[in-house]
Design a binder for this molecule. Structure first.
Ligand code: AMP
Length: 302
């Protein structure tokens, strides 16, 4: 029985940063988020892979106890492919290529037991698919977080807003929030998320942390003072996956625990940025996670 369901892309990523490059490495919003969530809770992944997907990647996800019965294989098409680059400003990815491939005609179908899950993450997929997943739920989940990205905001901003309207936490990064709400001010953007009937708004600010707004409160989480950022790909997905996994493990959505979840999210995202693709996520231990969580606490106390 899974406690968290993650839906998102399963990808091959070719990434270039000032510190090196990788070709066709395992990536995708669903992959990053489910691995991050799996440190805290039993997680199921929903997505599509293509005919060229490697069995060893599936074995790795299984080794993290990620349930894969929601992953379907399209034997006609290749796996979704994204190539991107980060210049010295590691906060902004420059997309070179997005090949939807198997993702193009993907219609997510939730396994029966996933339809009653309490913690749901709608990762980066088209807002139309995010809504179709929500419509399949037979019981209202306790907490749904929806992420988005510039690709979908440019295509259909109104549909992205419709998704935010239907979930508990609308999550996006700073440049996406500015783009969606046509404002340069992140507090204004956060308030606009709340106006869309989303109870809680979180805006990620890359290496500078995240802000969390409710109608009554404001919280600012610091970024971890990392010196060796190698590849920030997947940071947002790790952040969301770890947050949801932690909240599922505590079975709560109290404001106090959401603040802690944000710090766990930042912790996993910071480890992930210290290596290419999922390389660092493969290595980290629960002990290391706890240690960095405590360091976060220290740097934000005064
Ligand atoms: P993040 O760095 O958290 O924004 O997410 C990076 C991941 O998003 C990469 O692993 C990509 O494979 C994936 N990605 C890039 N473009 C898209 C897209 N249009 N739809 C879904 N996933 C995408």
């Amino acid at each position: 029985m899974v406690n968290v369901v993650v839906i998102g892309s399963i990808a091959f990523d070719s990434i270039k940063t000032p510190f090196g490059s990788v070709k066709k490495a395992l990536g995708g919003s669903g992959v990053y988020a489910s691995i991050a969530s799996s440190f805290f809770a039993r997680t199921g992944l929903v997505g599509v892979i293509g005919k060229d997907f490697k069995q060893e990647y599936l074995e790795f996800l299984k080794s993290k106890k990620i349930d894969l019965k929601g992953v379907v294989k399209n034997n006609e098409e290749k796996t979704f492919f994204w190539s991107g680059e980060y210049k010295f400003d590691l906060n902004t990815a420059i997309t070179h290529k997005t090949e939807l491939n198997a993702f193009q005609n993907f219609k997510p179908i939730l396994p029966e037991d996933y339809k009653k899950v309490d913690y749901l993450f709608l990762g980066n997929i088209s807002p139309k698919l995010q809504l179709s997943v929500l419509n399949q739920m037979v019981k209202k989940p306790k907490l749904v977080i929806a992420d988005t990205m510039n690709y979908y905001i440019q295509q259909n901003p109104e549909l992205v807003k419709k998704v935010i309207n239907k979930v508990d936490i609308g999550l996006m990064n700073d440049s996406e929030a500015r783009m969606l709400f046509k404002t340069n001010n992140l507090i204004t953007a956060g308030k606009k998320i709340l106006e869309l009937n989303s109870d809680l708004a979180i805006i990620k600010k890359g290496e500078h942390g995240a802000i969390f707004l409710t109608k009554k409160s404001f919280f600012s989480a610091p970024g971890y003072p990392l010196e060796n950022v190698i590849d920030p790909t997947g940071a947002g997905d790790c952040f969301a996956g770890a947050m949801l996994g932690y909240l599922a493990s505590k079975n709560t959505k109290s404001i106090k625990e959401i603040k802690k979840a944000i710090i766990y999210g930042s912790t996993i995202a910071s480890f992930n940025a210290e290596g290419f693709s999922i390389n660092n996520l493969k290595k980290i231990t629960k002990k290391q996670i706890q240690k960095r969580f405590k360091e976060f606490k220290k740097i934000s106390e005064f």
